[in-house]
Design a protein around this ligand. Structure first.
Ligand code: KE4
Length: 431
């Protein structure tokens, strides 16, 4: 274990909590569920992040998903350097917005038209408003443990940081709003049929993470997404795939391409900004034409389609479109899964390693983790101890068992080997 002295981070945290709520600009970054204080990061390059204390980590958070090319990728840095002197925001249309939009339309099977926003939350909020405007209906269905950003309609039985902090139902949500959100169970199509029974014609949309990432990674059981697609189609309900994590992560066309399911609307974020603030929502033209200025559903944003973010996103999508990108990512992701699974078998520590492509979660559980209940039954104490053992060995994981780890194209085989060695040592100490 390297000299793990985080005095500088601790000092910076004592300063940040004076001015920033919780000392962080997003609760997911607080170390509340694992204990200790957050590490302050000074810079990053490729698969590594460097703390203010001068500690190097192999990064498996990847900014919670966006950095699929790794940090400070030369293509992104060069692009931003080239354009920054031309101005940063105009509040008027630019050619690069059309270029990125057309690339998204080309790559994501169900998207015919798209609207850019500034975050995944804005994308999901707008997609639900659009579904309500298009159908004239008010109810929405979400899944317990799924997270769709911090829009009021979604902070009911929410995952990610809300679940991590034990507040899946946020305060500040009006009874009226909450009453329009119906909660079903992921991977349980009968629970969806039950909760909408008799009110099918009041339901505007079902929103789902096609691969859950915010309870930790939970794969869709065979037939679940197909049944959801049929149920929504049969009842005139808009099916929204929230692909803020899975979009361009699990394949060029996201989860909808991987599972060959066509949602009515798709929300995107993270990767399409290449590390700058971006979100997007898109779908069939007949639905997307309902958005202002063409249609009656209003949505707007000062910095939507910001040129810096558009260029960073465009270069990112071009890079991941290159031949063999996902195959190489799959090789490294598979190697990590197999070697960690081998470690756990050798040491007799029961884990579940849920993975799709380069997104994965290691659960300390005897049983398969296939839904919210089995995810929350995983061993939190073991996770906390594992987390800090790995951190001290220079492996930076998300500080929550309800998040996904990510591998970038910058992660080397050496990084994977180092991680597997650290995993072996950590599991051995947990025995
Ligand atoms: P943002 O508003 O954070 O850009 O996106 C919201 C969102 C929407 N949909 C899904 C499936 C998401 O996972 C997210 C945000 N993801 C969390 C981590 N799982 C962001 C981390 C944070 O909140 O700091």
């Amino acid at each position: 274990m390297q000299n793990f002295n985080i005095e500088k981070s601790t000092l910076l945290y004592s300063e940040s909590i004076k001015y920033i709520s919780g000392g962080v600009n997003s609760p997911a970054r607080a170390f509340r569920s694992v204990g200790g204080n957050p590490i302050f990061i000074k810079r990053a390059k490729g698969s590594k992040i460097y703390s203010e204390d001068g500690i190097e980590f192999i990064d498996y958070v990847c900014s919670w998903g966006p950095m699929i090319l790794g940090h400070a990728h030369p293509r992104i840095v060069k692009t931003l350097k080239n354009i920054i002197e031309d101005g940063t925001s105009f509040g008027a249309p630019t050619d690069i917005e059309t270029k990125l939009a057309s690339l998204i339309v080309k790559m994501v099977p169900s998207i015919e038209k798209v609207r850019m926003v500034n975050s995944g939350t804005e994308a999901t909020m707008s997609a639900v408003r659009l579904a309500r405007g298009f159908t004239g209906r008010e109810k929405i269905v979400k899944f317990c443990g799924c997270y769709h950003g911090h829009g009021d309609s979604f902070l009911i039985k929410a995952g990610s940081g809300a679940l991590t902090l034990g507040v899946p139902d946020s305060q500040g949500i009006t009874k009226g709003t909450a009453s329009d959100t119906i909660v079903a169970n992921f991977n349980d199509i009968d629970s969806v049929k039950t909760v909408i029974k008799g009110i099918e014609n009041q339901v505007a949309a079902v929103i789902v993470e096609p691969i859950a990432g915010n309870m930790g990674v939970i794969l869709p059981e065979n037939g679940f997404l197909e049944s959801l697609s049929k149920l929504t189609e049969d009842n005139g309900i808009i099916l929204i795939f929230d692909e803020v994590i899975t979009g361009f992560r699990v394949s060029k066309g996201g989860a909808q391409q991987l599972y060959n399911i066509m949602p009515d609307l798709t929300t995107l974020g993270k990767i399409i900004g290449g590390g700058l603030p971006v979100g997007a929502y898109g779908g069939r033209t007949e639905i997307m034409d309902y958005i202002a200025p063409d249609g009656p559903v209003y949505q707007a944003g000062t910095l939507s389609g910001n040129p810096l973010a558009m260029h960073a996103g465009y270069e990112t999508l071009l890079a991941l479109s290159e031949e063999g990108f996902y195959e190489k990512l799959e090789e490294k992701s598979k190697m990590l899964e197999e070697d960690i699974s081998e470690n756990s078998e050798k040491l007799g520590i029961k884990i579940q390693y849920n993975r799709v492509g380069s997104m994965a979660t290691l659960f300390f559980s005897e049983n398969r983790v296939k839904d919210f209940t089995s995810a929350t039954n995983s061993d939190i104490e073991k996770f906390k101890n594992y987390y800090h053992l790995m951190l001290k060995m220079g492996i930076y994981l998300p500080p929550s068992r309800f998040e996904s780890t990510f591998i970038s194209s910058a992660h080397s085989e050496e990084d994977i080997e180092t991680t597997v060695k650290a995993n072996y040592e950590a599991l051995n100490l947990l025995k």
